[in-house]
Design a binder for this molecule. Structure first.
Ligand code: LMR
Length: 392
C-alpha cells in the first residue's frame, strides 16, 4: 500500500511540536501550538480540575459506555456556559474535542445544507482539512487586512451579503485563530441580521471562551445569533479554558427552529456520531460537568481562567514594549489590541524560518505567535531574535 506513496507533510501546528521535541538546542522556545504556559513555562493541570478528578475517582462506579451524545447534565452545563441558560430549541452532544464537534457538524452539513462552507481568510490551519475531509466545498470570505492588522470590515460584510441561502458560514466566536481580531458586539448584530435575511447558516467555533474579555462578554456572537431566532451551530472546545487538551473534551450544539426540530437534529447528531466514534470519551466531560455544577469549584476555575487571561495580556504588553525598545520597524500596538492566545505578527516566511533555524524559536508558518507560551524567562531571547530577523 505504501511503497510508491510519498509521505504526507507534517501538520502545520502539531508537526511543529514534534520538530521542537526533536530539537536538541537547550535554548529552544515553542511558540507554535496554542497551549497555555504559566510563568515557569509549564502547562499544569488546573486546581479545579484536580479537585474534580479526586471527587470523580472516589465516586466512579463504572467504565460502561457513555450515551452517544454524552450525558444530559453535560449538555445542560455547556448550554449554560455558551448561552447563559439552557436553550429550549437547542440540543448538545459531547464530542471528542472541538475538532470532533467540527467534523460531526461537517457530516451534518453535508447531509442537510448546500454542502458549501465559507471560512475566514485566514483561519485555523485545520479548518479547511476537516471540512474538505467531510466532503464539503470550502470557500473563503475576506476577514483580515494585513495593512491595518485589523478587520477588513468592508470586504467581510460585502462577502456575507452575497453568500447563498443554505450555505454554512464558519465564524470564530472570540479570540480569532490565528489573527486575534474579533468582531464587536455591534458587528455581531449585523452578522446575525445578515444570516437571518440571507438564509445562510452560521456555524460558530467557540474554542476560547473566557480568553477574550470574560466568559460572559465572549458570548456576544452566540447571543446575537440566538436573539434573531435563526438556526445555527456551535462547536465548543474545553481544551484551553479548562486546560483539558489531551482529554479531548468538546461539544456540538445545534440550535434549531423549535424544540421539536432540535430533537430531530439530535437524532441525526447521534446517528452520525455513532458511525464516526460511537460515543465520547468520558473523563473530560465529567470533569467539566463536576466543576460547572459545583459553585465552589466553579469559582475556583473562573479565578484560574482569569489568571490565564491576565497573564497573556501581560505578555502582550511585554512583547510589544520589548520589540519597540529594540527599534523593530513596525508599529507594535496591534499586539496589545489582538485578543486570545495568539499574535498574528506579520513576520514573513523568511523571518519564521530564521527564528526556527537560527534561534530555535518555533512559531507557525503564517507568522502566528502563541503569546501564551511567552514567559518572563524567554521574553528577552524572543524579542532579541525577532528584532534580529528584521535586519535580514
Ligand atoms: C492551535 O491552533 O494551536 C490549537 O488549536 C491546537 C491545534 O490543535 O491546532
Amino acid at each position: 500500500m505504501w511503497k510508491s506513496v510519498e509521505a504526507a507533510p507534517p501538520d502545520a501546528i502539531l508537526g511543529l511540536t514534534e520538530a521542537f521535541k526533536n530539537d536538541s538546542r537547550p535554548e529552544k522556545v515553542n511558540l507554535g501550538v496554542g497551549v497555555y504556559k504559566d510563568e515557569a513555562g509549564s502547562t499544569p493541570v488546573l486546581k479545579a480540575v484536580k479537585k474534580a478528578e479526586k471527587l470523580l475517582l472516589a465516586a466512579e462506579k463504572t467504565k460502561s459506555y457513555m450515551p452517544i451524545a454524552g450525558e444530559a447534565a453535560y449538555g445542560d452545563e455547556v448550554q449554560k456556559m455558551i448561552f447563559g441558560s439552557v436553550c429550549d430549541r437547542a440540543g448538545t452532544a459531547h464530542t471528542p474535542g472541538g475538532t470532533g464537534a467540527l467534523r460531526l457538524a461537517g457530516e451534518l452539513l453535508k447531509a442537510f445544507s448546500s454542502k458549501t462552507i465559507w471560512m475566514s481568510n485566514p483561519t485555523w490551519a485545520n479548518h479547511n482539512n476537516i471540512f474538505a475531509a467531510a466532503g464539503l466545498t470550502v470557500k473563503e470570505y475576506p476577514y483580515y487586512n494585513p495593512a491595518t492588522k485589523s478587520l477588513d470590515s468592508e470586504g467581510f460584510f460585502a462577502a456575507l451579503e452575497k453568500i447563498p441561502e443554505g450555505d454554512a458560514v464558519l465564524l470564530h466566536a472570540c479570540c480569532h485563530n490565528p489573527t486575534g481580531v474579533d468582531l464587536t458586539a455591534d458587528q455581531w448584530t449585523e452578522v446575525a441580521k445578515l444570516a437571518s435575511e440571507k438564509g445562510w447558516v452560521p456555524f460558530v467555533d467557540f474554542a476560547y471562551q473566557g480568553f477574550g474579555e470574560s466568559l460572559e462578554a465572549d458570548r456576544a456572537g452566540v447571543e446575537a445569533m440566538l436573539n434573531t431566532g435563526i438556526e445555527f451551530l456551535v462547536a465548543s472546545s474545553f481544551s484551553k479554558n479548562f486546560g483539558l487538551y489531551r482529554e479531548r473534551t468538546g461539544a456540538l450544539t445545534v440550535v434549531a427552529g423549535s424544540a421539536d426540530e432540535a430533537a430531530v437534529a439530535m437524532s441525526y447528531v447521534k446517528k452520525t456520531a455513532r458511525v464516526i466514534y460511537s460515543n465520547p470519551p468520558a473523563h473530560g466531560g465529567l470533569i467539566v460537568t463536576a466543576i460547572l455544577q459545583d459553585s465552589g469549584l466553579s469559582k475556583l476555575w473562573q479565578k484560574e481562567l482569569d489568571v490565564m487571561r491576565d497573564r497573556i495580556a501581560g505578555m502582550r504588553i511585554a512583547l510589544a514594549d520589548g520589540l519597540k525598545q529594540r527599534g523593530v520597524p513596525m508599529d507594535c500596538s496591534f499586539i496589545t489590541q489582538q485578543k486570545g492566545m495568539f499574535s498574528f505578527s506579520g513576520l514573513n516566511k523568511e523571518q519564521v524560518d530564521f527564528l526556527r533555524e537560527e534561534k530555535a524559536i518555533y512559531i507557525v508558518g503564517s507568522g502566528r505567535i502563541n503569546v501564551a507560551g511567552l514567559t518572563p524567562g524567554n521574553m528577552n531571547t524572543v524579542c532579541d531574535a525577532i528584532a534580529e530577523s528584521f535586519k535580514g
